[in-house]
Design a protein around this ligand. Structure first.
Ligand SMILES: [Zn+2]
Length: 458
């Protein structure tokens, strides 16, 4: 009991101090606005309440901006005391109608998912609270909060449990939104970077279509835009995924097939990104899944393990079709060249060793993250990364189109890296021989994606 009285005294003292803060702010006849949380029991300031308050203040800031209310929400006006989080600032714009502002802040509380936990108060220049006489509902039932409080309809324990669950749920849902948006942004950015590298050997770039007569740079932009919503869908699947990872592939594929259909519609039937949809789809899934498992820190071995659990035995299961009549490109190249012709499936099954062993270290050394890197510098880095990939990967696209020259291409790319062959000569060679290292281009986009998210979620 004495503990309770002690806590209550601390809270009352804090509330008294808040009055002082408000008085100080309203010197020179300013009205004030404050935001606080409605948390039952003690303590009122925990890790969860702090996280929640940060999110709420950001929501409130955006709400005011969206309603064209000129009140800036600044971190400096944030206080933490025994009564919990407290934000209070003066309203500098004296033309704001306080009654209308009060109605608006009530709208914020009412429409917000967890509005019953939020208190926004407006005080006029003399320190009198503006009231709209609206009755605030209880957290747990539909009765007015004051009645439930007076009649002691709920225990502090129940109120507190409910509030903390609500806050945690809201923090998690906001975090999920943020992660999925970022993952999608990075997937799209990586794909756009890849196609923009110019010139490229045999591939579509800004200036040239390489070994492709049915597509150009704009076809790729159409394709990129068409498939972009599906990264979000795959991310959503991964975030909520509870089942055995070995069963995830058909679920990811379902979304991948929809993306592919959209791609074909947008490109007039050209296959711009089929291979990329496969590896990026798997990687978006594996990255979201592993980020969630690892407290939103990217861990490459966890990412690779996740990927390998999803694609376990995929080469054996999907490309071993000796007796099948109508074989796909992948099946044909696998039958003819064995593991060398297993393409993206093999890379995925191994957890993209080339990316983690060669390309990521190369990027780490070359990239200045978060600086607006010079366009030509960036182009040079990406050209080199592409050459690294071409010289190290058995590209099933190349094997399928021109198996005679596949080994030659790898050797030439390596010589280009060493400066023994001119880059443009390699481009010409690919164009003439109708070689398109599309698999390496897909891996370049994927390397960029993984590099970006590794730098964000550290
Ligand atoms: Zn109630």
């Amino acid at each position: 009991m004495t503990q309770n009285i002690e806590n209550l005294t601390k809270i009352l003292f804090a509330k008294e101090a808040r009055k002082g803060i408000r008085e100080k702010l309203s010197v020179n006849q300013f009205a004030t606005i404050s935001v606080s949380l409605n948390i039952a029991g003690y303590p009122k300031n925990t890790v969860v309440t702090q996280q929640f308050f940060d999110v709420i203040l950001e929501d409130f800031k955006i709400f005011l901006l969206a309603n064209r209310i000129n009140i800036s929400i600044n971190k400096i006006n944030e206080n933490l005391d025994e009564a919990g989080n407290f934000y209070c600032s003066k309203i500098e714009d004296k033309t704001i109608n306080l009654n209308q502002l009060k109605l608006l802040t009530e709208k914020f509380e009412q429409n917000h998912e967890v509005g019953r936990l939020i208190d926004v108060d407006v005080f006029d220049k003399t320190g009198i609270p503006i009231s709209s006489n609206k009755i605030k509902k209880c957290l747990l039932c539909e009765k007015p909060a004051t009645i439930c409080m007076r009649e002691k309809n709920h225990t502090f324990k129940d109120l507190r449990k409910f509030s903390f669950e609500k806050m945690q749920f809201y923090i998690n849902s906001q975090q999920k939104k943020e992660v999925l948006q970022t993952i999608c942004e990075m997937a799209n950015k990586a794909i756009l970077y890849e196609v923009s590298v110019t010139p490229k050997p045999g591939l579509v770039d800004f200036e040239d279509s390489g070994a492709h007569s049915d597509m150009n740079y704009f076809t790729f932009l159409n394709s990129c835009a068409a498939i972009s919503p599906f990264w979000l869908e795959i991310g959503e699947l991964a975030f909520n995924y509870k089942d055995d990872l070995a069963k995830a592939l058909p679920e990811i594929r379902k979304i991948g097939i929809k993306a592919e259909n959209k791609m074909l519609l947008a490109t007039n039937g050209a296959n711009t990104h089929r291979g990329l949809i496969f590896i990026m789809g798997l990687s978006v899934f594996a990255s979201v899944y592993s980020l969630r498992k690892n407290n939103f820190i990217f861990n490459s071995s966890l990412f690779r393990k996740t990927l390998q659990s999803i694609t376990k035995d995929i080469v054996e299961n999907e490309l071993n079709s000796l007796n099948k009549k109508n074989k796909s490109h992948g099946e044909k190249t696998y039958q003819k060249f064995g593991i060398k012709g297993a393409g993206a499936r093999y890379q995925a099954q191994m957890g993209f060793p080339i990316i983690f062993e060669k390309i990521m270290p190369f990027f780490k050394e070359q990239f200045k993250i978060n600086t607006h890197q010079n366009k030509n510098e960036l182009n040079e880095i990406l050209k080199k990364a592409l050459l690294l990939l071409i010289s190290n990967v058995d590209d099933s696209n190349v094997l399928y189109r021109n198996s005679k020259e596949a080994e030659n291409l790898k050797i030439m790319a390596n010589s280009t890296l060493k400066g023994k062959i001119d880059y443009l000569e390699l481009c010409l060679f690919c164009k003439e021989k109708n070689i398109s290292p599309g698999g390496s281009a897909d891996l370049l986009a994927l390397s960029l994606f993984l590099f970006f998210i590794q730098n964000i979620y550290r």
